[in-house]
Design a protein around this ligand. Structure first.
Ligand code: PBG
Length: 337
């Protein structure tokens, strides 16, 4: 009775209404997070060549963009800063007058209910482009055993804690540490609590892979490493068990929201994290996932809308509760037909 000819799955695919009734995954506008790139100046909207449709925005323009996104129903923005000046420690990241604190404050003034998430990493702010303090002979904390250029873990933690407090005090609702530094969640939680910021949440880039899909982003955020790559701190794309261990550590350290990044090439990780952990799960559909489709669509090889919605649906189906996506604005338009 349960096989053909009695069983005909196509019965439920016959009409739009039937397909709607049995659809298992529905994308919601309220689960989309829009990244914004902020630079100094005013009235600035500088297109990002590798990410058509996106631009680096000055604080005033970012506040206007946040207003427009909020009106569309998008609940959150993720901020990346392009500093006025870079140095070895990335000091603009913990400057209360720095670019992200300014943007967070301006967005909260313009749209108090928009959630502001601050990407907490040093790569945009350091002159060497790495995500923290580098092992250099003659500087504080130098450790000859680790080799020159190694990213020093614990000195970086100290700066992350300091910067997280500055961003939260400026208005960030959520701090999103993205450097894959051991202990980053515990340190940031401790620093926030120590400053009376117990209600600031932490969205941890818990399983972030050393991915070539970040290519266009490094152009957008002006953050390519000046030497080497990020494989001494970000994860090997080959490892799934290690990803679960990374996630478990962040859960223990007090993360409120977990993240897997990139998204489409890591759906297995999203699913495994979803099945094993009960915290809300974010997935980051990264710059390369966006730009590849844009480039192919420009050539007429692929239908951007359909590919974008199919990818976003797949990420939600795999288990993501929320998705960081460069298609956030377009997706609202597409989802509302
Ligand atoms: C900062 C950071 C990166 C991305 C998000 N936060 C770059 C990197 O790790 O190299 C990538 C986002 C994207 O590609 O869209 N560490």
């Amino acid at each position: 009775m349960n096989s053909f000819p009695a069983a005909r799955p196509r019965r439920l695919r016959r009409t739009t209404a039937l397909r709607g009734l049995v659809r298992e995954t529905t994308l919601r506008v309220e689960q989309l997070i829009a990244p914004l790139f902020i630079r100094h100046g005013s009235g600035v909207s500088r297109p990002i060549a590798s990410m058509p449709g996106h631009a680096q925005l000055s604080v005033d323009m970012a506040a206007r963009e946040a207003e427009a996104l909020y009106e569309l129903g998008i609940p959150a923005v993720l901020l990346f800063g392009i500093p006025a000046h870079k140095d070895a420690l990335g000091s603009e990241n913990f400057d209360p007058e720095g670019i992200v604190p300014q943007a967070a404050a301006a967005i909260k003034r313009a749209v108090p209910d928009m959630l502001v998430i601050s990407d907490m990493c040093f790569c945009e702010y350091t002159d060497h482009g790495h995500c923290g303090v580098i092992n250099v002979p003659g500087t504080e904390g130098y450790n000859p055993a680790l080799g020159e250029g190694y990213l020093l873990n614990d000195p970086t933690l100290e700066l992350l804690g300091k910067a997280a407090v500055v961003h939260a005090q400026a208005g960030a609702d959520i701090i999103a540490p993205s450097g894959m530094i051991d202990g980053m969640v515990a340190t940031i939680r401790g620093a926030l609590d120590g400053a009376g910021l117990q209600h600031t949440a932490i969205m941890s880039y818990a399983a972030k892979f050393a991915s070539a899909f970040y290519g266009p982003f490094r152009d957008a955020a002006e953050s390519p490493p000046s030497f080497g790559d990020r494989s001494q701190y970000q994860m090997d794309p080959a490892n799934a068990r290690e990803a679960l261990r990374e996630v478990a550590l962040d859960v223990d350290e007090g993360a409120d929201i977990l993240m897997v990044k990139p998204a489409l090439a890591y759906l297995d990780i999203i699913r495994q994290v979803k099945d094993r952990f009960s915290l809300p799960l974010a997935a980051y559909q990264v710059s390369g996932e966006y730009s590849m489709v844009k480039a192919a669509a420009e050539r007429g090889w692929i239908d951007e809308r359909r590919v974008a919605l199919e990818s976003l649906t797949a990420i939600a189906r795999a288990g993501a509760d929320m998705i960081i996506t460069y298609w956030a604005r377009d997706a609202v338009r597409w989802l509302r037909g």
